[in-house]
Unconditional design. Structure first.
Length: 296
């Protein structure tokens, strides 16, 4: 049985940890409100613009338009954008992203990976550290985007991706991130960024029936709207991931606080039992000594 001093020291340590987890939960809740507002406002616009983007790419039949965004090439060199967090203590948030990327490579790009033609663009320090330790080829120029999460900074990252795809450095670009649903639910998403694919619909004629009127011209729409839409797609994914991270951290810290409370109950019970046993032992020693004196 542990001594009273040891049990009391553990109680003090758990109480200190519980205060920290409770404070982290409150901080995550405050950040969650802001990040949730940002993604709630961005999501309808981003989804509608992405739908227009895909329909626009699918409807282009003019051979004079250089729409390299939709050029399908042999999938020899693959770029995977992995969106994680900068900090831990958020449950399985980052682990899900890592598993999703590895599963994507295993199921679709195992041959390219074996040939060394799979590159990871990590966003977030956790993803950067994870893939660096495993010797995977990475592009770390944009790993610290979360330190200043603005549309301009995200645009720079997407411009690099678009230029690399246009120049043939990569033949396909995938995006893996956590989508925010609610505080307790994050859904892992794997989306194809480039080349742009037509929206999948049950009625295959629906896309062909879209009749666009281009103003000022089809070429200017392609060169203007599509890059902006791709930047917004990545920005939306980062906002989603940021909100999901705060939700996951809030949930994790809430559970940690509850677990600390349960542990405190057990430790206090152990402390009381140990104290009672010590008192009982002292009483028995006193009674035994008194009886010895009577006998003498």
């Amino acid at each position: 049985m542990p001594s009273l001093k040891e049990v009391k020291s553990r109680i003090t340590s758990v109480m200190s940890t519980q205060q920290i987890t409770k404070a982290m939960k409150m901080v995550a809740a405050a950040k969650l409100r802001r990040s949730q507002d940002r993604i709630t406002q961005m999501r309808p616009f981003a989804e509608k613009l992405t739908a227009i983007l895909k329909n626009l790419s699918a409807a282009q039949t003019d051979g004079d338009t250089d729409n390299w965004y939709s050029q399908v090439r042999a999938e020899k060199k693959i770029l995977i954008i992995a969106v994680s967090s900068d900090r831990g203590l958020c449950g399985s948030f980052n682990t899900n992203v890592f598993k999703g990327v590895l599963r994507l490579i295993d199921e679709k790009y195992s041959a390219q990976f074996t040939a060394g033609n799979v590159t990871i663009l990590p966003i977030g320090r956790k993803a950067t550290d994870f893939f660096a330790k495993r010797g995977v080829s990475t592009v770390t120029d944009f790993s610290t985007l979360y330190s200043a999460l603005t549309f301009d900074n995200v645009s720079n990252a997407m411009e690099y991706v678009m230029d690399a795809f246009k120049n043939g450095k990569f033949d396909k670009v995938e995006l893996v991130y956590n989508e925010f649903r609610n505080v307790a639910t994050q859904i892992l998403r794997a989306e194809q960024v480039l080349p742009i694919v037509a929206p999948a619909t049950e009625n295959t004629q629906s896309t062909n029936q879209i009749d666009y009127i281009y103003q000022p011209s089809q070429e200017e729409i392609v060169t203007g709207l599509i890059p902006k839409s791709l930047k917004i797609q990545l920005f939306k994914a980062l906002l989603d991931s940021n909100a999901a991270e705060n939700g996951a951290r809030m949930t994790a810290m809430d559970k940690a606080t509850d677990n600390a409370g349960e542990l405190l109950k057990q430790l206090r019970l152990t402390y009381n039992r140990t104290r009672q046993a010590a008192i009982t032992k002292e009483i028995l020693e006193i009674v035994g000594g008194a009886e010895a004196l009577k006998s003498a």
